[in-house]
Ligand binder design. Structure first.
Ligand SMILES: Cc1cn([C@H]2C[C@H](O)[C@@H](COP(=O)(O)OP(=O)(O)O[C@H]3O[C@@H](C)C(=O)[C@@H](O)[C@H]3O)O2)c(=O)[nH]c1=O
Length: 185
């Protein structure tokens, strides 16, 4: 059971569908596979695997990224509920610098988003108690952690729901403009 490429909306940003083997018990699918995902551009080993549960419909987490040398690729999967998952291209010299892509990831649709290094990532919960698992290619490095404000005027992300909960830290994130012409990854 492997993965199918559904869409590559920006270079290296890949929407992937997990193939499932179903039977009377339920189904089986791979969350991560070094060989198969390497073929989709996953850059290295997994340094960290994260899990988050978001209680309230409309809650937003993000947009987050880490500066080099701690830039991370992330493979994001929703294992319960549903989220609107967003990636923003911050790569210096990229023809899609400053563009965002959003898509629904849910336990039902079996999609995962492979977010390459040099992107900011965030999401909005579309259902209560939505749970995400994400693999990261680099460990958490708070000294190199940063972000972009979720409602940045230049980005103009079309969040599907009115925002409900947002952390104090995320409400103080800088604007896209503060990143200048981008991050060299
Ligand atoms: C991300 C992270 C946080 N923490 C700590 C810091 C803090 O005390 C607590 C909660 O952190 P945050 O508020 O940053 O959690 P959260 O807002 O869920 O952060 C996550 O957001 C999404 C959008 C991402 O893309 C992730 O990479 C990550 O940045 O957990 C770690 O110990 N390790 C980690 O890897």
């Amino acid at each position: 059971m492997k993965f199918e490429l559904v869409e590559e909306p920006m270079l290296g940003l890949k929407l992937i569908k997990r193939q499932c083997a179903g039977d009377e018990r339920g189904y089986f699918s791979r969350l991560y596979c070094e060989k198969a995902l390497g073929e989709f551009g996953w850059p290295s080993e997994v340094a960290q695997s994260n899990f988050s549960k978001t209680n309230a419909v409309g809650a937003i987490r993000g947009l987050h990224f880490q500066y080099p040398p701690d830039a991370e690729a992330k493979l994001v999967t929703c294992v319960s509920g549903a989220v609107f998952d967003v990636a923003v291209d911050l790569r210096k010299g990229s023809s899609t610098f400053g563009r965002w892509f959003g898509t629904e990831l849910s336990a039902k649709n079996q999609m995962s988003l492979l977010v390459p290094k040099g992107f900011a990532h965030g999401f909005q919960a579309l259902e209560s108690d939505s749970m995400l698992v994400y693999f990261a290619s680099c460990a958490y490095a708070p000294e190199n952690e940063s972000g972009v404000i979720w409602n940045d005027k230049d980005l103009a992300i079309d969040w599907p729901l009115p925002p409900s909960t947002i952390s104090a830290r995320d409400q103080e994130m800088p604007p896209l403009k503060s990143i200048g012409d981008g991050i060299k990854v």
